[in-house]
Design a protein around this ligand. Structure first.
Ligand SMILES: Nc1ncnc2c1ncn2[C@@H]1O[C@H](COP(=O)(O)OP(=O)(O)OP(=O)(O)O)[C@@H](O)[C@H]1O
Ligand SMILES: [Mg+2]
Length: 294
């Protein structure tokens, strides 16, 4: 089943002057069609302004498509009576955890969503425990979020989303403001939620390395799926997409450092395969070129 079904969606931002007259329109999504399978881990890549965050906001019914239809867990985001249920099905984690944390105590913050939908207190406690455990923040449950690092705050924000038991979580550059340790933690949690809880993950990132372990990568450009140099959609496994080094460069994107290195070696004439993503894959590919050592 497809948890997200976008069919020919268009969206534009209108900038208005003080008299409410539209002075500028920006086409942010332009005939975007894409389906995301339930339980998958999908990375959305694309350079600044290609429409990634706009798509994320449409999934969460924060904005509605101007044209086309967008179904989330079978619910049409254009149907206002479904907005709350859509937001329960698809949670959002943004770049800056400070904008998502509301309470002065970690566990109260995590409880905020379930309280808001009027769940009985026993169920709230159960969900809060589960969510705090899932992100490994048990030791901090009675602390103030102000005492936490950026990565820890982001984990609390994720727990708040988890407590709503969503089917899908959209991460819009959740690691952009974190240090390398915080980035690693958040990414590991996203993968674990996907693997163990079968939560569909849509991960928007500028870090190519973070896309290597996704099930699927979709590259956006000008509000729809980008095309490679031969006109095929840039939508496939990390190995498929990162084999298209020239195509990504043409879209002003890079590839993971290891992939780039392997690509350069290949260009220099070393007969190694395309789409090498990890150190191990590179080492294995290079082994045949070294004499056996003891
Ligand atoms: N609130 C807004 N008002 C007007 N234009 C906007 C607004 N938000 C986004 N845009 C424009 O819509 C287009 C798509 O923006 P969007 O934020 O979806 O891109 P993005 O892929 O998330 O970029 P980034 O990688 O920088 O986060 C861009 O041209 C952007 O300038
Ligand atoms: Mg964005």
């Amino acid at each position: 089943m497809n948890i997200i079904k976008a069919a020919h969606i268009f969206y534009e931002y209108m900038v208005r002057d003080e008299n409410d007259k539209v002075i500028e329109t920006t086409k942010a999504l332009n005939d975007l069609s894409l389906d995301i399978e339930e339980g998958s881990f999908v990375c959305l890549l694309g350079h600044n302004g290609c429409g990634k965050s706009t798509f994320a906001k449409l999934i969460n019914a924060l904005n509605l498509p101007k044209e086309g239809t967008l179904l989330v867990n079978g619910m049409d985001t254009a149907d206002g009576s479904l907005t709350l249920r859509i937001r329960e099905s698809a949670g959002m984690v943004f770049q800056n955890p400070d904008n998502q944390i509301i309470s002065n105590i970690v566990e109260e913050d995590v409880a905020f969503g379930p309280e808001n939908i009027g769940l009985p207190s026993e169920e709230i406690m159960e969900r809060v425990d589960e969510a705090i455990n899932a992100v490994g923040m048990q030791a901090f449950r009675n602390k103030s979020p102000n005492q936490l690092s950026g990565g820890q705050k982001q984990r609390v924000a994720i727990a708040g989303i988890m407590a709503m038991r969503p089917k899908c979580i959209i991460f819009d550059e959740p690691t952009a403001m974190l240090d390398p340790d915080g980035r690693k933690d958040v990414l590991e949690i996203a993968h674990r939620l996907n693997r163990e809880e079968n939560i569909t993950i849509v991960h928007i990132t500028h870090y190519m390395e973070e896309a290597v372990d996704a099930d699927r990568i979709i590259v956006l450009e000008n509000g729809s799926i980008a095309e490679d140099l031969e006109g095929r959609p840039m939508d496939g496994t990390p190995k498929d997409i990162f084999s298209k080094v020239e195509d990504l460069k043409a879209l002003a994107l890079t590839v993971p450092v290891i992939t780039e290195l392997a690509y350069e070696l290949r260009k220099e004439g070393l007969p190694i395969r395309e789409g090498i993503l990890t150190r191990k894959e590179l080492v294995d590919a290079l082994k045949p070129f070294f004499p056996k050592t003891r």
